[in-house]
Design a protein around this ligand. Structure first.
Ligand code: GLU
Length: 456
């Protein structure tokens, strides 16, 4: 039975690299009808914050990446870590190291001077006399041989044990260290597949050695290559939005971001658009690319627009409502959100843009001074006619409204292309909107007339 976990450290927002890892873990669990676990690696008390935990939970919820177990918090598991540290000490698989900071510093300097990699020299591992004072606990890493594993993405990887020194598993204050807590958790949670960023690849042989010492079954490992910015450097804030929730703010649909992240580093032929169901069916770890992928904002926008246009408007409306609320627009009095979405979806790439351009459906418009040139004296009689005819329409339909505009243009010897822009500015305060008949329809009769009155 497959068991995967997403194990973020809550030291910042949930960034899109993390979200992609979470997605791959989630997809693989869903595909295999396995279990997906969320584990919050919050042992770094100085850098972990409750806000960041919340941002991770909110990001996961927004992306709809639901977990079957957890969230587990490492800070709630200290008793368990201490128990395993004791076990390793008793079994002589770990030892107390009393080396002072000064000694370690000196050792380091000497090694650096000899151009050697700084590493612990095993002083306390070999110590025979009693020692006292403060100590940390180190794992007895095997002294020879290699650690070998078949990475599901990278293939066979081999590390010499002579390259790995005796890792500190408990600090002098007794707190367990990062590589150790991961091991205990992966073991206790019976993780079968560790899918994570390849920045952890050098931790893996250390973790494998500890797992072996504990007699644990080893999980399989898949190290996912990083995401690069457009300049080929590791993706970071410099490149723009990197937090999942910021993508929400910018007006992306979760399915667009998921589709994008799935394809960023994984492929199935040259298919670009995948529903979640398709992803679950088609995803496989072995198809994750070995090379790092470059982030492409244009493609993400393209996908977003695709999903805005093709998704059920009722579904889009839930996210759209969030944006309207963020902008402080009260949508209770005005057209149904689904109708606004249908009218606007062809011309906006993000929901935020759509929300910003939909204010006039719900709120009074102010005609800025520089817009007043759209109302020359010779157009005013036509606007008056439009006003009166809209008021007298027996039925408030798009066709009827269209009829009013064409008849009025004709009667005033105007091209519709001359009349419509003025009407549009009167209705919306601006020069961009859906087709004018649809726009008027959605604004509603009462408001439409009031706006023409305002201009007249
Ligand atoms: N907590 C680690 C991180 O956020 C992930 C560790 C892992 O997946 O093993 O980078």
């Amino acid at each position: 039975m497959v068991r995967t976990r997403f194990a973020p450290s809550p030291t910042g927002y949930l960034h899109i690299g993390g979200a992609r890892t979470a997605l791959y873990c989630w997809l693989y669990a869903r595909k295999t009808q396995g279990t997906f676990i969320l584990r919050i690696e919050d042992t770094d008390l100085e850098r972990s914050t409750p806000e960041s935990v919340q941002a991770i939970l909110d990001g996961m919820a927004w992306l709809n990446l639901d977990y079957d177990e957890g969230p587990f918090y490492q800070t709630h598991r200290f008793d368990r870590y201490h128990e395993v540290i004791q076990q390793l000490l008793v079994e002589d698989k770990a030892y107390r190291c009393y080396c002072s900071k000064e000694r370690l510093e000196k050792l380091r300097e000497e090694q650096m001077a000899r151009k050697e990699k700084p590493r612990y020299d095993g002083h306390c591992r070999n110590r025979t006399e009693e020692a006292e004072g403060s100590f940390c606990v180190r794992f007895k890493n095997p002294l020879e041989g290699v650690v070998e594993f078949d990475d599901l993405i990278r293939g066979k990887l081999v590390f010499a044990n002579t390259e790995l020194d005796d890792l500190i598993i408990a600090r002098s204050d007794g707190s367990p260290t990062y590589n150790f807590t991961v091991v205990v958790d992966d073991w206790d949670m019976k993780i079968t597949h560790v899918i994570r960023g390849d920045d952890h690849i050098n931790n893996t042989p250390r973790q494998i050695n500890i797992l072996r010492a504990l007699g644990a079954t080893l999980p399989l490992y898949a190290h996912v290559p990083m995401i690069l910015g457009s300049d080929g450097k590791r993706l970071s804030k410099r490149h723009g939005a990197v937090s999942v929730l910021q993508y929400r703010e910018e007006g992306f649909l979760p399915e667009a971001l998921l589709n994008y992240l799935a394809r960023l580093g994984w492929s199935h032929g040259d298919q670009e658009i995948f529903s979640i169901e398709e992803l679950i069916k088609l995803f496989d770890i072995k198809d994750i690319n070995r090379a790092p992928a470059a982030f492409n904002q244009e493609k993400l926008l393209w996908l977003n627009q695709h999903y805005i246009k093709t998704s059920d408007p009722a579904h889009v409306a839930k996210e759209f409502a969030w944006h309207m609320q963020k902008l402080g627009i009260d949508t209770s009095n005005g057209p149904a959100l689904v109708d606004v979405i249908r009218a606007q979806c062809e011309r906006t790439k993000t929901l935020r843009e759509m929300a910003e351009r939909s204010r006039y459906f719900y709120e009074d418009v102010l005609i800025a001074d520089d817009m007043k040139t759209h109302f020359p004296a010779d157009i005013l009689p036509a606007l008056q006619t439009v006003r009166d005819q809209l008021s007298a329409l027996p039925e408030w339909t798009k066709e009827e409204i269209h009829g009013v505009l064409t008849r009025t243009a004709e009667a005033n010897s105007l091209k519709l292309g001359k009349l419509a822009p003025s009407v549009r500015v009167a209705m919306t305060g601006g020069t961009v909107s859906p087709p004018i008949d649809t726009t008027i329809l959605l604004i509603g009769r009462e408001r439409a007339i009031a706006r023409l009155d305002q201009v007249l």
